[in-house]
Design a protein around this ligand. Structure first.
Ligand SMILES: [Zn+2]
Length: 370
């Protein structure tokens, strides 16, 4: 690449990708569906319900917020100081492709360990209010699996980026943007098949009226669902949930076994109809598209921020800090978009089932769990 192109190309690409990202988010998010009055909890809940919910938030928030701050502060402090480079040097490993994953797994372990006290307190609060039913063995196992998977993913990202930067000192951001986009695409396809089974066991729902009803509901909705799976979520939680994940040949409807225990069948139908709404509106596909653009944009932004420094594996902690900062900054936008998309799925459920009474009853029952 000529000198001038090397300078303007990543800037132009970053601007183009940012515009594509913003346009996709603005155009595919259902910002406004129906006019709704301002919600007023006192109309639907007893003072005791509201007091209990406030007490729960009051007890949980100090711990969950502290955990969040620590989980953010530790990687930023290490990555943006000389500590990250010193830790890399302290490993005294010659081969960078061995040292980099080791550092990533080590920093991930540190981040997980320093939040144990506050996370334990937060977990105790959710158990006290009956939202979590898992034992400490399972809690620890989930944490370990989470650490392994996150570290593995970040190691792959770091190895790929450093490897590309070693090959193309200046222009690495371009192949990195392409690889990021492909990775997001691959993960979106593979997640339901590779990651979900690490946490839950799935069994095909046995033949019967309930399964027939779900399949018919899906057929009426014009959404092809070949199988209904039941996840054994009850070993962890009492929360009710269902979801549609993946797309194309990996798309399936999953219902938590908690939903099939005591929930009135009409409400189970509403939840399933909500998930079909996600499929009908191609929410997974839209999410993937946003993820693909976001991944490519992030790689290009890293190219602008780090340039040729990316080839230096001693900057691994800095890379992690930038990733943590970026995902934290993106979170409010993700939450906003996801709330709008959930509201559209609820609206879809309401229209598909035409059952407003049970819909109100279900939202009422679900609310204290949130
Ligand atoms: Zn949903």
């Amino acid at each position: 690449m000529p000198e001038s192109a090397a300078r303007w190309a990543p800037r132009a690409a970053a601007v183009l990708l940012a515009v594509a990202l913003v346009l996709t988010i603005v155009l595919t998010t259902p910002w406004h569906l129906v006019d709704l009055p301002e919600p007023d909890a006192t109309l639907d809940f007893t003072p005791a319900d509201i007091a209990r919910q406030n007490a729960f938030r009051h007890e949980l928030l100090p711990w969950s917020t502290t955990s969040w701050v620590i989980a953010l502060a530790v990687p930023l402090a290490i990555g943006f100081s000389a500590l990250g480079r010193r830790l890399y040097d302290a490993l005294r490993i010659r081969r960078w492709y061995v040292a980099v994953p080791l550092l990533v797994f080590g920093l991930g372990l540190l981040a997980s360990v320093v939040t144990v006290p506050t996370d334990v307190m937060a977990e105790r609060v959710t158990r006290k209010y009956g939202l979590s039913v898992q034992d400490w063995g399972l809690w620890t196992r989930d944490r370990a699996v989470n650490w392994l998977l996150t570290s593995l993913a970040l190691s792959v990202v770091a190895l790929v980026l450093i490897g590309l930067a070693k090959r193309w000192r200046r222009g690495w951001w371009l192949p990195a943007a392409i690889v990021s986009a492909l990775l997001v695409l691959g993960v979106s396809f593979a997640y339901p098949v590779l990651v979900e089974p690490r946490f839950n066991q799935f069994t095909s729902m046995p033949a019967g009226p309930l399964r027939d009803d779900f399949l018919k509901l899906a057929a009426d909705d014009g959404v092809p669902v070949k199988d209904v799976l039941v996840a054994d979520a009850s070993k962890r939680t009492t929360a009710l949930n269902a979801y549609v994940s993946g797309f194309g040949s990996t798309r399936r409807l999953v219902v938590y076994d908690t939903l099939l225990k005591d929930t009135p069948p009409a409400q189970v139908r509403l939840v399933v109809a909500h998930e079909l709404g996600h499929a009908a509106e191609n929410d997974v596909l839209h999410g993937t598209l946003i993820g693909v653009l976001g991944g490519a944009f992030a790689a290009t932004l890293l190219g602008l921020l780090l340039g040729a420094k990316m080839a230096d594996p001693r900057r691994t902690a800095l890379l992690l800090a930038l990733i943590v900062a970026g995902t934290t900054l993106a979170a409010p936008v993700q939450n906003l978009v996801s709330r709008k998309i959930e509201a559209r799925a609820d609206y879809h459920s309401l229209r598909l089932t035409n059952d407003p009474q049970d819909f109100v009853a279900m939202q009422h029952d679900l609310a204290p769990q949130l």
